[in-house]
Design a protein around this ligand. Sequence first.
Ligand code: NAP
Length: 327
Amino acid sequence: MTLQGEQVLVTGATGFLGGALALKLAAQGVRVRALVRTPAKAEFLPPEIERFPGDVTDTAAMRRAVQGCSVVFHVAAVFNGVAPQFAVNVDGTRSVAAAAGEAGVKRLVHVSSIASYGVNYTTDVTEDMALAPGAMPYNVTKAQGENVVREVAARYDLSYTIIRPSMIYGPKSGLWTEQMFRLASLNPTPWIGDGSGSAYPIYVDDVVDLLILVATHPNAHNQAFNCTPDPSPTWRDYLQSYSRLAGHDNWLAIPPLLMLAVGGIAMLVSPPLSEGRDLPDMIQFARRHITFKMTKARELLGWQPQVDLATGIARSADYLRSIGKLT
Ligand SMILES: NC(=O)c1ccc[n+]([C@@H]2O[C@H](COP(=O)([O-])OP(=O)(O)OC[C@H]3O[C@@H](n4cnc5c(N)ncnc54)[C@H](OP(=O)(O)O)[C@@H]3O)[C@@H](O)[C@H]2O)c1
């Protein structure tokens, strides 16, 4: 089954991932309704994509937004502020999922994150492992968002699929393309130690393709899937791909013990629910050799990421040129 001709809702369609998803769906002949909170941010969407004004925390608006939809892609989230993240990533997810359940949509595709697993795993991570998000509000709220999806889906007998992407990069990625390129342009590029720990860059088109696949795949019913590079490249592979675009490959290894000392101080002075609390764990995590395995998607869906790092960085370079960040 395909989505061609079907009506779908995409929340977060004015953002990086949701925008790419909405464009790809529309190009495939899907009738896309984009949830739009900030109209100025929707200007890049073509006219055939319907704009539906609303906020995911507005339960009544979400009930109206899902009307007539066979699939709801819930992509919207926020990344900052403790209260806003609980309001949007947890309560907003509840209102989207409940609206989808009440309306009898065929599948809710929920975008989570590998952040839900937390940063304390020391071995490769598969989807059956527990979510242990730690103290970072983003990680905590993404894990709670997943729990909300499962609870609401059970109440309404709603079919759902949860996708856990890693570091999504590519055109329009603020953090994992523009900011990483800025960091890697520093000569030498500073990072923790020799950069031999694992990084998790996944190209945006791969995430979009998996989201579309699971919307109709029978084996995706009530399942969660990682969406990550398997095997993982290293931080050095990833950052030096960008630094080579900037014309160098010089590396500045910051001693891990120094970073851990700074992280330890930050942890002591940080509130219980904050990024600072997990800083030492994050520094250790960035030095480990871990892969978030794609075995489940390969076995159940016959799918794996298609865009290797060299190709993804080359496409990102075109984007950086197009916005004048790379000459
Ligand atoms: N980027 C990554 O590397 C990454 C990795 C793993 C998982 N994820 C997940 O992928 C999803 C998309 O991330 P992204 O990078 O595309 O983020 P983004 O560019 O910041 O986009 C977030 C989107 O959510 C919308 N939004 C936020 N609060 C809302 C609200 N209260 N009501 C309605 N819409 C709201 C934003 O609307 P406005 O335009 O109005 O702000 C925007 O369209 C998120 O669920 C995130 O957790 C991202």
